[in-house]
Design a protein around this ligand. Structure first.
Ligand code: KG4
Ligand code: ZN
Length: 380
């Protein structure tokens, strides 16, 4: 059981003794999720309904099919989350949902379901920022030694590649973002370009599994570009193009033998993770030079479930922070990818502070972490 004393904003620490139970919904992309979480950090249930089999033929998330699948799966996910938690809907204390950022139609399904549940049950409601939830996950999962604020966080998902300074549960400053594509999206596209079969975990995880399955030849990969050396910012379009050019020049994926594909996939993963490594070291140096007292680096989001990334960042952070140690913190892989546990947990400080949203709250498909993300919405 988590002692959340370090998590609650100073003024609300007295609330940590009150048990508050949240039913949370997440539907920002292609996973339909529902979970029940308590203010003491107990995960009473965690339902994730994946849609990879629906989107594989389209080579990426098909917006309409995704909305349809959420509409189909959300009622059952909520029912199972309550059943697994052994709790009736009327017994939960609050309803949370992902307000943004994400795909408009997909967010709409979770938002409408949450608002309707909250209104029917007369429960308070909180709309959560999806990336805030990824960033705060280790404050739940790393008990009894959660990361302490301020911490640096690397958020790597299908929609984002961010380096963020987290000063509290609700204050974030974006230090770096991508100037073009997100790392998760490029993992997905390269996996597709190499015609790798999607595993149950999706295209990014398939690429990782393919690389790990056998040692790769080092001599087949094209020159992989190093993006914006020395700059605190990400770029993956050059790497994406380098792989695409190579595959096209060889006559397409069907013309590549398995060992060539291995070499290419492995060089891609090495270069993409190498870029994360380089920018993390730059950001850690910046935090040190600013005298911010950063003691933890949190790495979260779907791509953070990648074992190669976890190993490699583990070594580079130790090496880069020998004089002034910074601990690397990952959520467990299953809570790196999208889930509703993180949404319930990220809503908790707002419920306990009585800082909740109106039932008229609207989704925010585009929403920066730099904005004041915990301001309640009061108008329709
Ligand atoms: O956080 P997430 O589940 O959803 C978004 O918020 O986007 O991240 C999904 C992204 C996808 O691009 C997926 O392919 C990638 O994370 N991903 C991975 C792995 N598992 C998921 N990428 C690389 N290696 C993995 N093992
Ligand atoms: Zn996510």
């Amino acid at each position: 059981m988590l002692s959340p004393s370090r998590f609650w904003p100073r003024g609300h620490r007295h609330l940590r003794t009150r048990l508050f139970t949240v039913l949370a919904l997440e539907s920002s992309a292609d996973d339909t999720c529902a979970a029940v979480v308590t203010s003491t950090g107990q995960i009473l249930s965690n339902i994730v309904v994946k849609q990879h089999h629906i989107h594989e033929d389209f080579g990426g998330i098909h917006p309409y099919k995704a909305v349809q699948a959420h509409q189909l799966n959300m009622p059952g996910a909520v029912q199972r989350a309550l059943r697994d938690a052994n709790i009736a809907a009327a017994q939960v204390d609050g309803i949370a949902f992902t307000r943004g950022p994400g795909m408009t139609g997909c967010l709409g399904v979770g938002c409408s379901a949450a608002k309707t549940l909250a209104a029917a049950l007369n429960k308070p409601l909180v709309g959560v920022h999806h990336m805030q939830a990824h960033a705060l996950t280790p404050t739940l999962t790393s008990a009894p030694n959660p990361p302490t604020f301020p911490f640096l966080t690397l958020l790597v998902s299908g929609g984002h590649t961010l380096l963020v300074l987290a000063s509290s549960a609700s204050q974030f400053r974006v230090l770096a973002t991508t100037v073009d594509e997100s790392i998760g999206r490029v993992f997905d596209k390269v996996s597709r370009m190499l015609a790798l079969p999607w595993s149950a975990k999706g295209p990014g995880a398939s690429l990782e599994e393919f690389v790990a399955a056998s040692p790769a030849r080092e001599d087949v990969a094209p020159l992989m570009p190093r993006a914006m050396p020395g700059v605190l910012g990400f770029s993956f379009a050059g790497l994406h193009s380098a792989v695409e050019r190579f595959v096209t020049a060889q006559g397409g994926a069907a013309s590549l033998d398995v060992s060539t594909k291995h070499g290419l996939a492995s060089a891609f993963q090495r270069t993409a993770v190498g870029q994360l490594e380089e920018k993390v070291v730059l950001a850690l140096r910046w935090c040190r030079d600013q005298g911010l007292g950063v003691r933890h680096l949190v790495v979260s989001g779907g791509v953070a479930s990648n074992s190669y990334l976890r190993d490699r960042l583990g070594h580079s952070v130790i090496n880069a922070t020998r004089q002034d140690p910074v601990s690397l913190v990952f959520p467990p892989p299953e809570l790196c990818t999208d889930n509703a546990v993180m949404i319930g947990w990220a809503s908790m400080h707002r419920f306990l502070a009585g800082n909740t949203d109106e039932y008229s709250i609207l989704i925010r498909p585009k929403w920066s972490l730099d904005d004041d993300i915990d301001i309640p919405q009061t108008e329709s």
